[in-house]
Structure formats: structure tokens, C-alpha cells
Design a protein around this ligand. Structure first.
Ligand code: 4AD
Ligand code: MG
Length: 499
């Protein structure tokens, strides 16, 4: 189905920007021994007054520069400290030491920016992820975070590549809105009113007519509603931008500010929606595996190292690379909520009352312990759960006919991943105006504030579908990191908005 059809092509390459220095990644693969080169980067270590390990961010690996210390001024040698920025000119030579193929025999060393070794927080030793989170402004300079953010970059690029190749239009939806797209009310308010003395109406309520936009506004929780407007004109669109949730969830899977990818497609039903989501996830993970082999290899070793401290039973059966390949090679399991509840009811942890929330009735929302059981213990692969109870899902989802027992479900789909839980949430949308209005009335969403959205159902309404991928959860899975705070540069979580 996803054929990457040909667009009018653009074959010109971007010009190479000429600089005095060469990036370390390029030098590490070079074979022009004897050539004079210039390296600019930051000192990772300086050993024996002779060997500088320099990193410029282009690679997780450093290049070694060998200093002729007898002919280098003492005051320069003293300033080659961890964290300092240096310029080294010298000859590229084959390295005799192990662990590297090439090194630079320095003829000139100069300091571009000093770094006081007494004060520099990143010492050349292993730091904990918790400590690095406190100095998130410097953690990019470590191997782990270099690898994580390179993979994040590759995944973001792959998302655009996938959609552009499939003729989707990238649409920018607003960050500030007056609506609550999920109807869950977990929003950050945006206001310019003086909070210590806001203007009030006669009944004492705050008068938002006096506010910047003349009404109450918030940061968006999702670009979906505006995305639906785009889909009704372009056919296929996607958004990829920041979204905000004021949910007080202090977990390793939740952020207050996270990036979401939201495609929305006219004429797609739920099956098509699932096919698209599965194709997208496989494509971007494959892209990361193929374009970041060194980074993923590094992260695989990091994870193995981290897991050594865990009891054997808690260690993963597959290493990171095997886990990623496993996702690529297997079809996601598609199961209805109703069938999943039956599986959970009969499961050992439910029978033995090991779940914190026991499953005995149809209709309850699934907790992460249930999702994890289904994915990690029962199916042992990504699972797409469909047709959830209407009462636990958003107002815009397409309603199924009631089942034999009169239970109401909607055409929802959540994709659950091992170790992550919910990676994707989506649905086919209710395209029938009357049914949508009735549902909005039931859950108390005022139609008069949503006229613009309802117009899609008034003028040329068509079956359509879409979903949202939590980008950080995707990065978390692909990097094998365990805390979502470590896959976004500057995490925003309850009581934390540093940097
Ligand atoms: O399931 P959600 O709430 O769905 C929506 O917002 C729909 N409007 C999407 C759509 O159909 N266009 O969120 C989608 C995904 C979740 O599956 C999860 O991966 C991620 O966004 N997500 C979060 N990620 C990090 N921190 C949070 N607080 C998140 N909340 C949701
Ligand atoms: Mg959801």
C-alpha cells in the first residue's frame, strides 16, 4: 500500500560548506595518511601530557591527537583540560594504539575556550543518568546522549521522509488554542491577565474578554482537530510538533511537553489507519537502525551494562538490536478490547490477584500493568487494541453499532509496545454530524465553540481516520533508554522546568 511513488524529483546536492577544520567523523574514516588536517573540538581527556582525546559531536568516538610536549609551551599544556575547546593542526597518521585506526600528530595546539577543571561538572568517568539530568545543559557532551539525540534526529527525519514519500502534506497546527482536543481538560492556560488582580465579571468570574485573545486559551494537547480540517482538503496530512499536558503523572513515560506526530487521512477506515501506523513505525525504526549503526551499537552495550545490575529474571531476553529487528520482522497483533479483557480475566496475575487493578468487568480502562501483560507476556510483540468501550475514549471517535449485549464501543486503536505501553493512540472519526453532536452533548462539549470543526461534517463529510504517535516514546523504544526524561533535551515534568 505504501509505495513511495515518484514525485517530481530534485536531484541537486546541497553545497559542501568549506571550513578550515574537518569533522572528526570524517577523519576517523579517512585513509589519506600524511595529509595536514585541522581538528576543532572539546577535550574529553588528556593523558600523560601527550594524548588528547577530542570530540566534536560528529561521532560518539573521539580522535586522538598526540602532542609533542617538549615543543609545546607549558602554559598551553596546562590549559588542555577536560571540557576545554581546542584547535589542533597536524598530520593524519595511522595509529599504533589499539581502539583507533587514525590519529593526529599535532604540530600546533591552541586553546579556543578554557574550561576550569576544578569547576567543570563532567569528569572523565561514568556519571549516573540521574546526575546528568541535573546538568542537562552539558549532558549532550557525553557518549550516551550523543547517541540518543542522534537517533532522535534520525527518527524525526525519517518521519518526514515517510510522509513526504507517501504524498502527505506537512501541516502546522496552532500551539495556542481555545479548544480541548481530547476533552480531558488537562491543559495549561495561556493568559496575559494580571494574576494577582484579574478583571472580573459582575458574578465574580474572571473576565477573559479582557485577555489578550479576548477569550480563554490554552496550550494545545493535540493538533488533531485542526488536522481533520486539513485532511478534508488535502486528503492526507500530518502534523509533527510539541503538545502539552498538565497531567500530574510522575512516571518514566509521561512528559508535560512532548512531541506528537499526527497523520489524518480522508477515506481511511480503521484497518487502513492501522496499516499506516504499522508501516510508519517499522519504516522509521529501520531508518534509525540503518543510518545510526554506531549509535545503536553503543546504546545496545550501554543497556547490557545497565541490566547487569538487575536480577536475571528482569533482564531482557533480546538485546537492543534484536528487539528492534523483532519489531520489523513481525506483524503487530490486532485484538479487540473485548477479546483482550477475556485474556486478562483468565490470566495468571489476575487469577492470583497480582494485578493492582483486577479485571473482572468489561468496560474498565486498561492500566499499564495490563498492557504490559498483553504485550510482554501473552503476545510477546507489539499489539494493536481496537474497539474500546465508548465511555473511556474521546468524543470524536466513530461509534460502532452496540454489540449483542448492548455494549457500546468506538473504532479506536491503541498500539502497545514492549517496555513502553501505549505508543500510539488513534481512531476512525465519527463523520456523522448528528451522532457526533449527540455524543458531544452527552459528554458536555458545547457545540457552539466547535462550529468550525463541525463544518467538516456539514460540507462533504467522509469517513476518515488518524492517530498520534508519542515521539519520545518512539525514541525511548529505539534507544533502549528507560526514562523518557533522557530522550528529550530539556524535559518538562511536574515541578520541573529547568533550562
Ligand atoms: O492517546 P493520545 O492522547 O491521542 C491523542 O492525542 C489523539 N488526538 C491522537 C490522534 O488521534 N491524532 O496521545 C497520543 C500519543 C499516546 O499514544 C502516547 O504515545 C503519547 O501521545 N502521549 C504522551 N507522551 C508523553 N507524555 C505524555 N504525557 C503523553 N500523553 C500522550
Ligand atoms: Mg491514548
Amino acid at each position: 500500500m505504501y509505495c513511495f511513488f515518484n514525485k517530481a524529483s530534485f536531484t541537486s546536492h546541497s553545497p559542501k560548506i568549506k571550513m578550515e577544520h574537518t569533522r572528526i567523523k570524517e577523519l576517523l574514516n579517512a585513509t589519506e595518511f600524511g595529509k595536514e588536517v585541522v581538528v576543532k573540538g572539546w577535550v574529553r581527556t588528556f593523558r600523560n601530557n601527550q594524548f588528547i582525546a577530542i570530540n566534536d559531536g560528529s561521532s560518539i568516538n573521539n580522535i586522538q591527537a598526540v602532542v609533542d610536549f617538549e615543543n609545546t609551551p607549558e602554559d598551553i599544556l596546562k590549559r588542555i583540560t577536560t571540557g576545554a575547546a581546542v584547535r589542533v593542526k597536524g598530520q593524519l597518521i595511522e595509529s599504533l594504539g589499539k581502539g583507533q585506526k587514525v590519529e593526529v600528530k599535532a604540530t600546533e595546539v591552541s586553546i579556543i575556550g578554557d574550561s576550569d577543571p576544578e569547576k567543570y561538572p563532567l569528569q572523565p568517568k561514568k556519571h549516573s543518568l540521574e546526575f546528568l539530568r541535573e546538568i542537562a545543559h552539558l549532558r549532550f557532551r557525553t557518549g550516551t546522549f550523543n547517541a540518543v539525540f542522534k537517533v532522535r534526529n534520525a527518527l524525526a527525519f525519517a518521519v518526514h521522509k515517510f510522509f513526504q514519500e507517501n504524498d502527505f502534506v506537512y501541516m502546522h497546527t496552532p500551539i495556542i488554542t481555545g479548544s480541548d482536543a481530547e476533552g480531558a481538560g488537562e491543559m495549561f492556560q495561556v493568559t496575559t491577565l494580571n494574576l494577582s488582580n484579574p478583571p472580573r465579571k459582575e458574578n465574580g468570574e474572571i473576565d477573559f474578554k479582557e485577555d489578550f485573545f479576548g477569550k480563554s486559551t490554552n496550550l494545545t494537547v493535540s493538533g488533531q482537530l485542526e488536522g481533520e480540517l486539513g485532511a478534508m482538503a488535502f486528503g492526507n496530512i500530518y502534523t509533527f510538533g510539541p503538545t502539552f499536558r498538565a497531567e500530574n503523572s510522575n512516571t518514566t513515560r509521561h512528559l508535560a511537553e512532548f512531541w506528537m506526530i499526527e497523520p489524518e487521512m480522508a477515506f481511511y477506515e480503521l484497518e487502513d489507519n492501522m496499516d499506516l501506523a504499522e508501516a510508519l513505525l517499522k519504516y522509521v525504526i529501520k531508518y534509525a537502525l540503518e543510518t545510526c549503526p554506531e549509535e545503536i551499537e553503543f546504546l545496545k552495550s550501554r543497556l547490557l551494562e545497565e541490566e547487569k545490575s538487575k536480577p536475571a529474571a528482569e533482564r531482557s531476553e533480546l538485546n537492543l538490536v534484536e528487539k528492534l529487528n523483532f519489531v520489523l520482522e513481525n506483524n503487530f497483533e490486532r485484538v479487540t478490547y473485548t477479546d483482550a479483557v477475556e485474556i486478562l480475566k483468565r490470566s495468571k496475575p489476575n487469577q492470583k490477584k497480582q494485578f493492582k487493578y483486577l479485571i473482572d468487568d468489561w468496560g474498565a480502562d486498561l492500566q499499564s500493568e495490563h498492557e504490559r501483560y498483553l504485550v510482554e507476556k501473552h503476545f510477546k510483540k507489539p499489539v494493536i487494541l481496537t474497539d474500546y468501550p465508548r465511555e473511556i475514549k474521546s468524543f470524536y471517535m466513530k461509534q460502532n453499532e452496540p454489540d449483542a449485549q448492548g455494549r457500546n464501543t468506538v473504532r479506536a486503536m491503541d498500539i502497545l509496545f514492549p517496555g513502553i505501553g501505549e505508543m500510539v493512540g488513534g481512531s476512525q472519526r465519527e463523520e456523522n454530524l448528528d451522532r457526533l453532536l449527540a455524543r458531544m452533548a452527552e459528554v458536555g462539549i458545547p457545540a457552539e465553540e466547535m462550529e468550525w470543526f463541525l463544518d467538516t461534517r456539514r460540507f462533504g463529510s467522509v469517513p476518515h481516520s488518524g492517530f498520534g504517535v508519542g515521539f519520545e516514546r518512539l525514541v525511548l523504544f529505539t534507544t533502549g533508554m528507560t526514562n523518557i526524561r533522557d530522550v528529550i533535551p530539556f524535559p518538562r515534568t511536574p515541578k520541573n522546568a529547568e533550562f
